[in-house]
Each structure stands twice: as structure tokens, then as C-alpha cells.
Design a binder for this molecule. Structure first.
Ligand SMILES: [Zn+2]
Length: 389
């Protein structure tokens, strides 16, 4: 039977109503026993919507709870992300927990940062490093054979759950072949995140990660992973500075990477400008301005050579999660710039629009006078075509 758009809307809204009601029940619950009741009902409802590909109801419920600034929003977001990245499946030796994980890498280069298919030997090296240093001895792993940019990560809950499913089906092989043609284009920045994605499977209730075994801390696991992954990542990121982050469950790993990428981009920019121009960090100044759509979306940071008015480079510092004008973001930006050696930091008071270059799409950056302009390196120092070494 064909349904009209308006009757579909009515249905989506009823399903969103139920999600909201369950998430609010969970937010108001006063005991673990009651929590489990609401969580179980919520899980069933979310699974059904994911199965039907009903992304609209999930997003509608999240949007409505976000507007109410209710704790139920966090409960619902956690529940959806939890069902998307994790599942329990039956196997011949009993039920197993499957977790989609991400191993983020922060990287920067004067050349375009690569996104690429990963060769069998590099993938085997990464898998061995993860198996030995990050995941517990009970874990089976399957990795996607692609080094993803943020633009290429699955964009919806449904696509993310599908990736978890495809990886899980390829656990016996140990890897999933990704069709590079199916992935989106990547916006180029001096510094950015890259991701190794995979699925880990353990007997239900067993530890997934090394740090759950009570012997190594997360910091020790991270240090071991950095060392073990160094060689494989050098193949993926030639002539790049990079910093591997702790592999974790998919959503939290992506959030860690988004947060860490902000100060990383600032220090990478200072390293890039000082080496390219042959100057010290103290000779750079920075201008910081808040850019708004309906609300504050991001800060844009311009770099200038002291006493010069030209904006030579810029970095976007996006707001994340619940951050707004009242958060300590400006202090964090100032501390990051000062720690990188930039001594003069100017903050503009006026609200700036989110403007981009009409030709190349690059964000425009603030001058000291409060204009938004295209950042341009002095011509003789343009790095195009040069190699780092
Ligand atoms: Zn442009």
C-alpha cells in the first residue's frame, strides 16, 4: 500500500514519541533494577528502527530531546550509539560480544594527507600490534583495509551499524575489503584525523581491552600501541608528523580524536609556519574570532607574522558537544597558542559569519581589523610541489 508523506510523518513521530518516553523513564529511574527495565525496552525499540532503516525517528527523538535540554538526551544518545557499535551474537561456542572500534591517528603534512587502501602487509602489521598490545587475548579482530578521513566515515547510524555487521561477517578472514570508489571526497587540511576501523569479538562477558585485565593502565596500553604501530603508520603517512591515539569503541574514539585534533592543528600550524618561513614561534601572532550561524559554531584562528597585517594561515577550532560561549574554550585556545610559543594573541569581540572562499571552499579567517580574508602564504614560501625531506 502506498502511503502519503503526511501519514509517514505521523508514524515517524509516534516512534520518536516512544523513544522519548523510554529515555525519559531511564533518566528519572532511581535504581539499577529500574534502569535495566528501561534500557532493555529502549534497546529493543532502537534495534527495530535500525533494522527498518528508520534513521528519521532516531534523529527526530534526539532533536526533540536536545531542544528540551533534558538528561534524557544523553541517555538516548548513549543507547543509540551503544546499539550501533555493539551487539551480542550467537556462535557455536556460545554468545559473543562484538564491538566496532576505531584507532584514530592525528597527522599533519605540507603535502595533502593521504586516505588510501591499506596493503595486506601493513594491515597485518597493524592487526598484530592491536592484538598484542590493545585487545585482550580472548579477542578476534577484523580490520577494514582502508585508512579513512573524517569525511569518509559512515555518516548515519544505519551505515555505521552496517559497517559493524560487514566487519563481523569477515571475522574469519580477519579483514574487510572496502570499495574506495564508494567513499566520499576528503577536504584537505594541514592537520587532520585518520582512522583505522575494525571489529573485536570476545566470548560474552570477557574483557575486550588490555586495560580491563587490571595489569596495564590505558596510558601504558597507548604507549605500547604507539611504539608497535609506528612502522605500519609510517607506510600510511609518509613525510607526515603523526600521533596515534588510544584505540577505543567507535563513538568515543571519534570524539577523543575530534577534541585532540584542535590543539594538534594549532601546534602543527606553528611547526609548519616556523619551518616554512624560517622564523621562531615568538615572531607569530594570532587573531581569534567566534563564527556564528544561529549560534556560536567555531572559533577561527589567523596566524600573522608580527607587525605584518597579512593573514598567512588559519585554523578552525570547532565547538564540540555541549560547548557554547560560556565554556572555557577561549582560555584553552590561548593556552595552546602560548604553549606553542605564540606570544601575541588577539581576541575579536564581534560575532563573525561562517564565510568560505567562493572558489576553493576554504574557510576565511579574521584580520586584526575584523575582516574575513583568504589566508595566503607569502609567495616565495609556497610549499606546493616541495617534499619535506
Ligand atoms: Zn580560495
Amino acid at each position: 500500500m502506498k502511503t502519503s508523506p503526511s501519514s509517514r510523518r505521523g508514524r515517524a513521530s509516534r516512534e520518536a514519541d516512544l523513544l522519548i518516553q523510554l529515555a525519559e523513564g531511564l533518566a528519572l529511574s532511581g535504581s539499577r533494577a529500574e534502569d535495566r527495565f528501561w534500557e532493555h525496552r529502549l534497546d529493543q525499540e532502537i534495534d527495530a528502527l535500525l533494522e527498518q532503516g528508520d534513521e528519521g525517528s532516531l534523529n527526530a527523538a534526539l532533536d526533540r530531546l536536545a531542544d528540551r535540554e533534558s538528561r534524557a538526551y544523553e541517555e538516548l544518545a548513549d543507547a543509540i550509539e551503544g546499539r550501533v557499535e555493539h551487539s551480542t551474537v550467537a556462535s557455536s561456542d556460545g554468545p559473543r560480544d562484538l564491538l566496532l572500534f576505531a584507532a584514530p591517528v592525528l597527522a599533519w603534512s605540507r603535502m595533502p594527507l593521504p586516505t588510501r587502501s591499506v596493503t595486506d602487509s601493513v594491515l597485518a602489521g597493524l592487526k598484530a600490534a592491536l592484538a598484542e598490545h590493545v585487545f585482550s587475548e580472548h579477542a578476534d579482530l577484523a580490520l577494514a583495509n582502508y585508512f579513512f578521513s573524517p569525511d569518509q566515515l559512515p555518516s548515519s547510524f544505519g551505515e555505521t551499524a552496517d559497517l559493524r555487521l560487514s566487519l563481523a561477517q569477515n571475522l574469519p578472514k580477519g579483514h574487510l575489503a572496502i570499495n574506495a570508489q564508494s567513499l566520499g571526497e576528503t577536504a584537505q587540511f594541514l592537520a587532520d584525523q585518520r582512522y583505522i576501523l575494525g571489529v573485536a569479538s570476545v566470548p560474552q562477558g570477557q574483557s575486550l581491552f588490555r586495560w580491563q585485565e587490571g595489569i596495564l593502565s590505558r596510558d601504558e596500553v597507548l604507549a605500547a600501541w604507539r611504539k608497535a604501530a609506528q612502522e605500519s603508520l609510517t607506510h600510511l603517512l609518509p613525510a607526515c608528523g603523526f600521533e596515534p591515539m588510544l584505540p577505543r569503541a567507535y563513538y568515543v574514539a571519534c570524539r577523543d580524536a575530534d577534541r585532540a585534533a584542535r590543539p594538534f592543528s594549532v601546534s602543527a600550524s606553528v611547526a609548519f609556519l616556523t619551518t616554512t618561513l624560517g622564523i621562531t614561534p615568538a615572531m607569530l601572532s594570532a587573531v581569534v574570532a567566534g563564527c556564528y550561524n544561529r549560534q556560536l559554531e567555531e572559533y577561527r584562528i589567523s596566524f600573522l607574522v608580527s607587525n605584518d597585517e597579512e593573514v598567512i594561515h588559519g585554523v578552525v577550532w570547532p565547538l564540540l558537544g555541549a560547548e557554547d560561549e560560556m565554556s572555557d574554550v577561549l582560555e584553552e585556545i590561548e593556552t595552546t597558542l602560548k604553549e606553542a610559543g605564540v606570544q601575541r594573541v588577539e581576541f575579536l569581540r564581534q560575532r563573525m559569519p561562517m564565510e568560505y572562499c567562493e572558489d576553493c571552499g576554504a574557510p576565511l579567517y579574521p584580520t586584526l581589523d575584523g575582516e574575513l580574508v583568504h589566508a595566503e602564504l607569502p609567495e616565495e614560501s609556497e610549499p606546493a610541489g616541495q617534499h619535506l625531506h
